[in-house]
Design a protein around this ligand. Sequence first.
Ligand code: NOJ
Ligand code: CA
Length: 553
Amino acid sequence: MIGDLWYKNAVIYNLSLATFMDANGDGIGDFQGLQRRLDYLHGLGITCLWLGPFQPSPMKDDGYDVADYYSVDPRYGTLGDFVEFTHGCKQRGIRVIIDLVINHTSDQHPWFQQARKDPASPFRDWYVWSDRKPENADQGMVFPGVQKTTWTHDREARAWYFHRFYKFQPDLNTANPRVQAELLKIMGFWIQLGVSGFRMDAVPFIIATKGADVTKPVEQFDMLRTFREFVQWRRGDALLLAEANILPEDDLEYFGHDGDRCHMMFNFQVNQHLFYALASGDGGPLIDAMLATKPRPHSGQWGSFLRNHDELDLGRLTEAQRQTVFDAFGPDKHMQLYDRGIRRRLAPMLHGDRRRLELAYSLMFTLPGTPVIRYGDEIGMGDDLSLPERNCARTPMQWSDEPQAGFTKSDRPIMPVISGGVFGYERVNAAMQRRDPESMLNWTERIIRMRKECPEIGWGDFRILKTGRREVLALRYDWRNNGVVVVHNLSDKPCEILLDVDGEGERSRLVNLLSEEHSLPDDKGRHPMVLEAYGYRWFRVGGLDYLMKRSEG
Ligand code: NOJ
Ligand code: CA
């Protein structure tokens, strides 16, 4: 039934608490502030919130360095505030998923503190140690250019410890059964407090074999089934959304051939080729990426996204493709990061061009999967490239043209508010856009509403329709006796196409879902269509009586 597997037709919104809304005036966003903005999110139409890490942390990696898994960082509030917040979401029919950062802890976590102090401590074996500097210590860094090594010497421990990420993030020894038991306990804790599941950070690294003599880490996929079973026993509709930037040939290992591992994964393959398509106007490689990631179990789902809190990772493109994206969207060195990506927000990458923003969003909302929006992108926020690394795209939400963009009463926000210029809060803010029916915010609200009314996209099978042009991407979804067709012109030039909706002799009218421009077939059943530069269309095949025709199974 539709209501089950809720993530198949959800709209997910990703936010970071620190920069969303500050209620107590200390310059840092908090749960009470977020609570006050729930009606904004409800009005936007999103159905699920993905919250970045909010547990106690030294905040050296935006909270992805957790020092206590069972609590809320006092800067954000208390566990009481957290439960009030999940309750507020529940009242509005919004689900909450939270980041689960269990590949590593902060080096300030008491487990690591005890492990380094005492070789006899039971916590010693919770981390990954070596007496000598491993030979591959200068390999496998996730943040090349910033991170120098994956093994660091600890004077107190008199040993080297492994860290896939920054050196203040020692890797947990996830093969240790005691560690595994603790990880389940953490999941159970937050489920009990009202969350619907987890965005699992760094999944390939969690399940990889780790150690000084490991030259080629091997994934222990069974672990994913253990996690899945546990969360689903605790809460039938719990979701595991994996962050796993992997090759398509490994997708089924992560979903599980029988759909018994991760429910959902971000589609990094499509994401990178989508940006290539936007940069080059050529949809060919994007189609290849979609076809390569097509096989998945019935219960498996992709997360479709444009930007998130990290850099836009282009590591899976060919060098020439990557260069094309760099040239178009991040030509200067300081816009790029970790030798593989671009750290900017979406709107500045697309030069604030509304036509291109709508095209990009329309694509994201209609690619196979469930859309995941980054906070602020719904109003076209910009970035602050003077901030280090990924922080440039983590500035405070721009609520209004009041001081500090209405984010805080403090004059010292945790991150500077973007002010002045094209993307400053004086020009780009939610309050102004609410009043303007044509604003990006109201466009996003309308497109979200329409996307929710097209469960064919979230649930159905897709086919690529022939358009005869590499710059025009046309897809058809079928589900329960209904068809939806979406067409996107990637290029900066208008063009004419002859669309075959591939309905086996079908001579159907295409009803435009976004305007009055419907389409009648010619005598061969094809649809001649003129698309403006960066134009997009959403159609229903047949007529608006589709709900009468929808079958039950
Ligand atoms: C992936 C997260 O998205 C990123 O922000 C973080 O730095 C690393 N994992 C380490 O937790
Ligand atoms: Ca605060």
